[in-house]
Design a protein around this ligand. Structure first.
Ligand SMILES: [Zn+2]
Length: 435
């Protein structure tokens, strides 16, 4: 049988380990070649060494002067909040009331949900994001609309129906029983169908009764290879609310722990106001943190502590948290992550930030080998980054003396304009329009 071999030439970067803990964290081929076969990575290496191995007649797509790297992974984002990004508000709780809940109400309508899902996915691909962990709304049809759209594009996506049975408007409320029943039906319909993966998604502890959290924990045990996603310790007002609602819990994240929701493939959004024991529990249980810097700065929630998280060995990744976040771009998310680290007295090298947005996220999701780098057999989700995308980027990157300087300029100055093309499963799913 004739295989479908494609080759891509360009400067090639991918990660093998966390640069914070390893001296051999990445492969960098200035003139590199990526060979893709039937949607999977077949080989990567120096162009000079590899191109002779290509069967005669293989087309080599020439991206010389540009960077080829694995697609970005955004580990926390709300697709129903696409239309309300950049809404002004004084803090998280009033912002939820004024903008979020009314926007989410519209997802009762499947046509509206499909329309937003399509725009949302196109926007992710324009920004070079090929995988995301996505919150839908309380309506099961919002999940069907999302996975239908992501399946059409051949994307590896994780998503789930929000479970929320108290402290929210009636029109967005499920019950402990319907929330669990709908979630189980969606797991059976979508989890591991093609590239789709399901996440059990209680919105956050204050909007779930103990019975709902109990049933979510039971589902997490019954379906151990599903994901779990929720919010934790985002801002101080929310943390004191959780203390009132769950007076016997040791801490906010302990609420989830007590219902069996700390385990591999559990992704906790924000993780700002954690204590040492919380971080230890995250590391022990292989639960992961989704760091959302643009959202945390926008809502004034707080500053993530990279140093303490690293000391405890917590699995880390970066996330936009749109619509609390202010950009779909993982490059802009790195830009803000860098500044958050500075304000906490730590330093985030660009190499680390690109790791966190690719292999670090894949590891956090227990998907290393499937996505996140160019290991042989990995799914060929990759992007083409153009260091000359804007006049300023062109000027600055032409003076970069090292890979670190090049990546740093891309993270600080880049956005969707820097993404020349996006590929998913070896197929081109976005190409930047040139003017
Ligand atoms: Zn969020």
């Amino acid at each position: 049988m004739k295989s479908n071999l494609q080759a891509y030439r360009g400067s090639l970067l991918h990660f093998l380990a966390d640069p914070a803990f390893s001296d051999q964290s990445h492969d960098w081929f200035e003139d590199g070649l990526l060979i893709v076969e039937d949607g999977k990575v077949n080989a990567v290496g120096d162009y000079a060494a590899l191109h002779a191995s290509l069967p005669p007649g293989t087309v080599v797509h020439d991206y010389s002067g540009k960077l080829l790297m694995p697609g970005f992974i955004d580990t926390h984002i709300h697709y129903p909040q696409t239309d309300m990004i950049a809404s002004p508000s004084e803090g998280l709780l009033p912002w939820l009331e004024t903008y979020t809940f009314p926007s989410e109400r519209q997802f009762e309508d499947s046509t509206h949900a499909a329309n937003v899902a399509n725009f949302f996915l196109d926007e992710l691909l324009r920004c070079g994001t090929t995988t995301a962990m996505v919150y839908c709304t309380v309506h099961p049809q919002s999940v069907d609309a999302f996975f239908t759209a992501s399946e059409q594009r051949g994307l590896r996506m994780v998503a789930g129906k929000v479970m929320m049975d108290r402290n929210c408007p009636d029109f967005l409320r499920d019950t402990a029983e319907t929330g669990a029943r709908d979630t189980e039906a969606l797991i059976q319909r979508w989890h591991k169908r093609g590239r789709s993966l399901y996440a059990i998604t209680p919105r956050f502890a204050p909007t779930s009764t103990e019975q709902q959290l109990h049933l979510a924990g039971e589902l997490a045990r019954a379906y151990p290879d599903t994901f779990i996603q929720t919010h934790v310790s985002e801002n101080e007002a929310e943390c004191s609310w959780v203390r009132e609602l769950f007076p016997t819990s040791r801490s906010y994240i302990d609420v989830y722990d007590s219902y069996g929701m700390m385990r591999p493939r559990a992704m906790y959004g924000h993780c700002i106001w954690l204590n040492e024991r919380d971080r230890e529990r995250m590391a022990e249980t292989r639960s992961a943190a989704a760091i959302c810097p643009t959202s945390n700065l926008f809502l004034g929630s707080g500053l993530f502590d990279f140093e303490r998280a690293d000391q405890a060995g917590v699995l880390l990744s970066l996330a936009t948290d749109v619509g609390g976040g202010t950009s779909f771009s993982m490059l802009q998310t790195m830009n803000e992550a860098y500044k958050v680290a500075r304000l906490k007295g730590s330093y985030l090298p660009a190499l680390r930030m690109f790791y966190l947005a690719t292999l670090g996220a894949a590891r956090s999701m227990q998907l290393e080998g499937t996505i996140g780098n160019f290991s042989t057999g990995a799914e060929a989700d990759f992007i083409v980054i153009d260091p000359q995308a804007t006049p300023l980027l062109q000027r600055r990157t032409s003076r970069s003396g090292s890979l670190e300087e090049l990546l740093f300029a891309l993270a600080l100055l880049g956005d969707d304009r820097a993404i020349a093309a996006t590929y998913a499963n070896g197929r081109q799913v976005h190409v930047r329009e040139t003017t």
